[in-house]
Ligand binder design. Sequence first.
Ligand code: FPP
Length: 242
Amino acid sequence: MSAKQEDLTVPRHIAIIMDGNGRWAKERGLPRTEGHRRGADSVQEIVESCGQLGVKYLTLFAFSTENWKRPKAEVDSLMKMLERFLKQKTSEMMKQNVRLQAIGRLHDLPESCQNQLHKSIETTSQNTGLTLIFALSYGAREEIIDGIKSLVESVEKGHLDKGMIDAEVFSKHLYTRYYPDPDLLIRTSGEMRLSNFLLWQMSYTEFYITSVLWPEFRREELLEAIRDYGRRQRRYGGVGDI
Ligand code: FPP
């Protein structure tokens, strides 16, 4: 059945931990960079599919703060791939009405990568379809620390009363302040962990873990995750229908 004929409950915000590029390459006797290259094709297909399905926000964990520990050659290649992807796909994003955003310690990225990122963000800023958020040099603990520093500064400057701090106010000091919390987290390649991704924002997010490796996660696998999400009963700590 096509997605159109099917009555899908489409999540407003999907977050994805794109894992398994290295394993996909290893299984085929290919260099890890080839896995990342094929992973970039999955990114393209999933962005397009989310836009068509009416998902409003898609956050992709593209590079973590921990990923800097990988061999320099792999890091360099990932940065080049990201820059090339942005350069080549910005016109596609314009056609598909996709608005690009980014979260993380973006100043850690190589300068040419930062420049291209800001150019693509600026070019797509008026688009009204899917908001695609790349998490780059992103770590949730780092984000929370940055959020606390920003809160303390607001209190010290007298812009905020300490007694007013609650979960909603704190959320406004995170990188994700402009976006709703994710409804669905997808993690590919079977690992059952959060790996320092959106720790604060995923308090009530539904998790979907698949053994499919990221380079093979395409439209049909996405639809399967959304179908599974549609069968969940979200209770947010309440009792739901009894
Ligand atoms: C995990 O595979 C993947 C990443 C390091 C991040 C995702 C990167 C891409 C999809 C490449 C291109 C991205 C863009 C945005 C153009 P892994 O290397 O951890 O796999 P493994 O666990 O099997 O080794």
